[in-house]
Design a protein around this ligand. Structure first.
Ligand SMILES: NC(=O)c1ccc[n+]([C@@H]2O[C@H](COP(=O)([O-])OP(=O)(O)OC[C@H]3O[C@@H](n4cnc5c(N)ncnc54)[C@H](OP(=O)(O)O)[C@@H]3O)[C@@H](O)[C@H]2O)c1
Length: 216
């Protein structure tokens, strides 16, 4: 397949790109920082684009078979619209060019941050700030998922838990309901995305991905 990967230069996006190429796909990798993109492979083409720019997104999406988005934004105290706006642009471009397959990464509700390694006294002090910082991003991700569900495209939304670094793929689980205290390695979410491109097991579904405990 000819894929467009938005957020290809993120830690997760780089793993998605590498695994997609290994699986036999070609990748158009969207990043605002192409000079930092570490792939030198004829099957990967980096394209500089700000995905908030609808015309730029329309240009890159045409002539592809599927779109993968791992776009994200840092915690913020102010309203954030990156995920929802970029996804709106992607969906519009896909409909415009007849591209039907869309895979996105959302997130489980991070309103309950993992502060288990912090003393109870400090937890009480920092929890309100952590919640406030994650709230705007959560709203944005919720908006993104809403847009995707309404499209009528062949979509799948993946929801990792708290993301962990690491390039080992574990014996992860994919479920339609969240498991308690989910943690997900970036390698596992990347693997799940690329596997879904091939298998198409979860069309029109929201899928929770949880890494195997012994490999975290
Ligand atoms: N961190 C967590 O615990 C967590 C938990 C659940 C879900 N997630 C989700 O998992 C995904 C991957 O997370 P991650 O930590 O590996 O990556 P990340 O650090 O969130 O990176 C996000 C990527 O989005 C791209 N991006 C943002 N705005 C853009 C714009 N206007 N135009 C083009 N690209 C833009 C950035 O690309 P460039 O800077 O290269 O342009 C960056 O590579 C994200 O969707 C995130 O929301 C994260």
């Amino acid at each position: 397949m000819k894929l467009v990967v938005f957020g290809a230069n993120s830690p997760t996006g780089r793993l998605v790109t590498a695994m997609a190429v290994t699986a036999g796909h070609t990748v158009t990798a969207i990043t605002r920082r192409p000079a930092d993109f570490p792939f030198f492979d004829f099957r990967v083409q980096a394209a500089a684009a700000d995905a908030m720019d609808a015309d730029a997104v329309d240009w890159v999406v045409r002539d592809h078979d599927a779109v993968v988005s791992v776009i994200g934004s840092p915690p913020s105290m102010s309203p954030v619209t990156v995920c929802s706006q970029v996804t709106y642009n992607i969906v519009k471009a896909m409909i415009n060019h007849g591209v039907r397959r869309l895979l996105c990464v959302g997130s489980v509700d991070l309103d309950a941050p993992d502060l288990s390694r912090v003393s109870l006294r400090r937890q009480r002090a920092i929890r309100p700030l952590v919640l406030a910082l994650s709230r705007a991003v959560q709203e944005d991700v919720r908006g993104m998922e809403g847009i995707v569900r309404e499209t009528g495209l062949d979509w799948t939304v993946f929801r990792p838990g708290r993301l962990l670094s690491g390039s080992h793929v574990t014996d992860y689980r994919t479920t339609v309901r969240p498991l308690p205290c989910p943690l997900t390695s970036r390698a596992d979410i990347a693997h799940a995305l690329v596997r879904e491109l091939t298998n198409g097991d979860h069309l029109g579904e929201t899928v929770f991905v949880t890494s195997a405990r012994r490999m975290r």
